[in-house]
Design a protein around this ligand. Structure first.
Ligand code: ADP
Length: 385
């Protein structure tokens, strides 16, 4: 038994299911884990229901009985909230039907989340289930940043706008950055660089996002592990017409066979580094393309914000790869960015400053913790605040 109620946070992807059991009032997980390769031919886990049953068995092995541990809620990460879902939402049959309709907008991301929600409700019917949306933080992006310059009627009819993703992370990390600097978020202009397998940048003024790199889908923006990021849309019609590729094939190529992986056949930055060091030219090019795009976004957001107090790196690459941080910001002293080499290379793992003390712009590394942010959203919703 624990003193505080717990939230089970579930992140259900197409072939993986990650979970953490979190006390929203602390900042560590009671237990957590993940099941990979769901539904793949070589896997012993056929579907999300089996995966969740396996997760519960793992929790029980770790000494957690979900029936008696004081479970307050199950929080589900949902990638796309469309135009209507931008607050943590208590799920019932009607809301789930609405979410299913949104799958057209996010066919690669939302269906597995909906599947996870259905299975979790079946297995834990007496606990409130809450959806928290990756798009929520960016709901009020200024129109100039949210609007694509395409036919307006068509855009409205099909709800085509820039939604932005990784919102839970950008919000959490920007708040932690303000805390780290000892200043209210309302006083700060920030750039947050979330660099994981998926990667995105945001410009935040006074706690509100004013621009972000992902768009209608999480495909736009930075170069990613397997996603292209920004690309001339003309490439799509050209491939369709000339290479005789179907739309599905092109979409899959841009999402799963592009980015760093598409250029170098490797998406993990630790192995990419080893390849570069052994003289692999494709790995070098992939790295350079990745860093070049990142620098472009930093420059763009400096201009969007006018002046910047902090640039913060987060997620797997942002938290762990000092070379990416150095190369993305090298030579920008004239713009107020002065890294401290020793701090950047340091072994520390928590929130830290990697700029020199006299750098006009503070450069920080802040570990993201999306599950905790989701758990807190759930607790706040159920407490009625
Ligand atoms: P996801 O988007 O799947 O949540 P993460 O934020 O966990 O991804 O980031 C995963 C990526 O982080 C890995 O693919 C790898 O490229 C990178 N990464 C993790 N650890 C390190 C490290 N020590 N050095 C460099 N890159 C790392």
């Amino acid at each position: 038994m624990t003193a505080n109620p717990l939230v089970l946070v579930i992140n259900s992807g197409s072939s993986s299911l990650k979970y953490q059991l979190i006390d929203p009032h602390s900042d560590t997980a009671r237990a957590g884990g993940g099941i990979q390769q769901i539904g793949e031919p070589s896997s012993r886990v056929a579907d999300h229901e089996e995966a969740l049953r396996l997760a519960f068995a793992q929790l029980s092995e770790a000494g957690v009985d979900l029936q008696s541990c004081g479970l307050l809620a199950v929080g589900h990460r949902v990638v796309h909230g469309g135009k209507d879902f931008y607050r943590p939402t208590l799920l019932d049959d009607a809301r789930i039907a609405d979410l299913e309709k949104l799958s057209q907008l996010a066919p690669l991301h939302n269906p597995p989340a909906v599947q996870g929600i259905k299975v979790a409700r079946k297995l834990l019917p007496d606990v409130p289930h809450v959806a928290v949306f990756d798009t929520a933080f960016f709901h009020n992006l200024p129109a100039a940043a949210a609007t694509y310059a395409i036919n307006r009627e068509l855009a409205e009819r099909w709800q085509i706008r820039r939604y932005g993703f990784h919102g839970t992370s950008h919000e959490y990390v920007s708040e932690r950055a303000a805390e780290f600097l000892g200043r209210p978020p309302g006083d700060l202009r920030q750039i947050v660089l979330h660099l994981g397998n998926g990667a995105s940048a945001s410009a935040i003024a006074g706690g509100r996002p004013v621009d972000t790199s992902m768009g209608l889908t999480p495909l736009e923006g930075l170069v990613m592990g397997t996603r292209s990021g920004d690309i001339d849309p003309g490439v799509i019609s050209y491939l369709w017409r000339s290479a005789n590729m179907s739309v599905d094939k092109i979409e899959s190529m841009l999402n799963n066979e592009s980015g760093v992986w598409g250029l170098a056949g490797e998406r993990d930055f630790r192995r990419l580094r080893a390849m570069i060091e052994s003289g692999d030219e494709s790995a070098r090019l992939a790295y350079d393309v990745f860093v070049h795009r990142l620098r472009k976004y930093v420059g763009a957001y400096l201009a969007v914000l006018g002046s910047v107090d902090a640039i913060t790196f987060t997620a797997g690459i942002g938290e762990n790869d000092p070379a990416v941080r150095r190369d993305a910001l090298a030579g920008l002293e004239g713009l107020g960015i002065v890294l401290d080499e020793g701090r950047n290379l340091g072994e520390a793992s928590g929130a830290r400053r990697i700029s020199s003390d006299d750098s006009p712009i503070a450069v920080l590394v802040i570990p993201t913790y999306e599950e905790l942010a989701i758990a807190r959203d759930c607790a706040a919703l159920l407490a009625g605040s």
